[in-house]
Design a protein around this ligand. Structure first.
Ligand SMILES: Cc1cc2nc3c(=O)[nH]c(=O)nc-3n(C[C@H](O)[C@H](O)[C@H](O)COP(=O)(O)OP(=O)(O)OC[C@H]3O[C@@H](n4cnc5c(N)ncnc54)[C@H](O)[C@@H]3O)c2cc1C
Length: 512
């Protein structure tokens, strides 16, 4: 019996079968064996009477935008296939990002404090036989999803929103004046918040295989030596199984959370979640200085995150907008989809409100709500530099050495460069300074990356890097446009505001 079978079979619930089901889905995805759904259709006849401004399918992150839209007076229905309830395991995020809940009127200060289950400092970034850096106030807050979702649900209902639980999304027919969902709900706009495996986003992607994957496994357990610090990105091994393993660790309400994650391409030969779990259980005691039998494991966690170069997802249909994980709007480096949604919540709320007011609900108009963001696209190269393809030969320490070199220079450049990067916000000036310093002071580490990532990827990256510079310039210039935009029609205002948002968010200008 493997360590994974032994330990997971002792946990309550169907954890081991759940892990194996996730592996079956992963294998089907890698083998390109997932049928293309046909859940969205189009019809040229008008619907006539449309009851809802927005129908949102998928409750986990869907309730965030549902509550925000209902609070602004829109008629909103939320369809959840099960019961709307947050998971037990905290979501980690940085405190300043949570301000948006207060700004949008969704939580008051006391409710926000109640939603914070844990708060620790400092956190470490460290690489095997290399740099060790400590930072404060980055992803150091653990939000309690059960409390947050329940509180937002109450706000949503109080604002007139309607929640339909045990109501799975099955079909959508797009008409010129609305969408009919499940042959029942007639809405002006359909928001898809059904996660990475949403049938709508699978159909929109036309069954395309992901370009890369991030696999994550972990546990929340008690029995560790007392430790009120965390790890944001840590490696303590060289390459194993053609993977560079990274760790994250956080003090949690129920003990200590430790995650091991790794990036890879989507080829079928790569290791699966069960094999990664086995390595996690083998390596974790050494990492945390504890014996496995000293731990009481409260829960096991696992998941895989497909990422697509064509992200965020823009659907081919009018009146349908993906949000949350289904939109692919988080960077391929991060499995912080809650954080990504929170970061874009204000932008999405105002943008959807303006789209409804201006009746700008065409596919082209909605694509500006999930726009191209060069600061997301540049991270593809970093993801490639932190992974190895199946048959590639590189020095087992190459990734650690590169990351050590980059982070030591970022640390010298100071917090304004280091902190946004660690929160998944890439900015042109910080990135440029880091590249110049790393290139000049660690040329060998940088040159070795070229064959690892490939010349094409590097050339492609330079385009997005240049766009990042252009977006930064446009974003800093955009405030002068506002008085001029105010004089335009609501439709023109909608487009200009979306372009300004895309410059701002696409260049990391939203980070404060
Ligand atoms: C191990 C692990 C740790 C993580 N840690 C963090 C973290 O620390 N910080 C962070 O920011 N993020 C973290 N994440 C990511 C975060 O959990 C996800 O980004 C978030 O759950 C995405 O929410 P979602 O609603 O977009 O998709 P999902 O979580 O996939 O939820 C989809 C929702 O849609 C519903 N649904 C699905 N199909 C249908 C249907 N047909 N009809 C109606 N409803 C449907 C589901 O029931 C569910 O409510 C972690 C993820 C994992 C796996």
């Amino acid at each position: 019996m493997s360590l994974t079978e032994d330990i997971l079979s002792q946990l309550p619930g169907e954890i081991l079968p759940g892990l194996r089901r996730a592996d079956e889905l992963l294998a089907a995805l890698r083998a390109d064996n997932i049928p293309i759904p046909g859940v969205v259709q189009e019809n040229s006849e008008p619907l006539g009477n449309v009851e809802w401004d927005a129908v949102i399918c998928g409750g986990t992150l869907g309730i965030l935008i549902a509550a925000a839209l209902a609070y602004r007076g829109m008629q909103v229905a939320l369809l959840e296939r099960g019961i709307l309830r947050g998971r037990e395991q905290e979501w980690n995020i940085s405190r300043h990002e949570l301000r948006v809940f207060i700004e949008l009127g969704l939580l008051n200060q006391a409710e926000l404090e109640n939603a914070i289950a844990t708060d620790y400092n400092p956190a470490r970034v460290a690489f095997h036989e290399g740099t060790e850096i400590w930072v404060e106030d980055v992803l150091n807050i653990g939000v309690n999803p059960v409390y947050l979702l329940e509180t937002l649900k109450q706000k949503f209902l109080a604002a007139g929103g309607k929640l339909f639980e045990n109501t799975p999304f099955q079909s959508a027919v797009v008409h010129p004046d609305g969408v009919i969902v499940n042959n029942q709900f007639k809405t002006r706009l359909l928001l898809d918040a059904m996660g990475h495996f949403s049938l709508i986003s699978q159909q929109a992607r036309n069954g395309k295989k992901p370009d890369a994957l991030c696999l994550v496994v972990g546990t929340c357990a008690t029995g560790f030596p007392e430790n009120r610090t965390g790890d944001l990105l840590l490696s303590n091994t060289s390459l194993q199984n053609q993977c560079q393993y990274f760790w994250e660790a956080f003090p949690a309400q129920d003990g200590r959370t430790t995650y091991m994650f790794t990036y890879m391409d989507a080829s079928p030969q790569r290791l699966n979640l069960e094999a990664l779990f086995e390595d996690y259980l083998r390596l974790m005691p050494d990492y945390q200085g504890v014996k496995l039998n000293q731990l009481e494991i409260k829960r096991a966690l696992f998941g895989f995150f497909p990422s697509y170069r064509q992200s965020p997802l823009q659907t081919p249909w009018h009146r349908i907008l993906p949000v949350g994980d289904s939109s692919g709007s988080q960077s391929p480096l991060s499995f912080g989809g809650f954080g990504a949604m929170v970061r874009h919540l204000h932008r999405l709320t105002v943008g959807i409100d303006e789209a409804l007011q201006a009746d700008e609900l065409s596919a082209k108009a909605l694509s500006l709500l999930q726009p191209y963001q060069p600061n997301l696209t540049v991270t593809w190269l970093f993801q490639k530099a932190m992974s190895v393809s199946g048959n590639q030969q590189i020095h087992p320490q190459q990734i650690n050495q590169l990351l050590s070199a980059v982070f030591v220079e970022m640390q010298k450049l100071g917090e304004p460069v280091l902190k946004p990067f660690l929160q998944d916000v890439i900015q042109f000036s910080g990135l440029s300074k880091t590249l110049v310093k790393t290139g000049l002071l660690h040329p060998l580490e940088v040159i070795k990356v070229v064959p690892q990532v490939g010349l094409f990827a590097l050339l492609d990256w330079t385009i997005h890097y240049s766009n990042l510079g252009i977006y930064s310039a446009l974003s800093s210039f955009s405030p002068v446009l506002e008085p001029w935009i105010q004089k335009m029609s609501t439709s023109q205002q909608y487009f200009w505001h979306r372009w300004i948002d895309s410059w701002k968010y696409g260049s990391g200008g939203d980070y404060s």
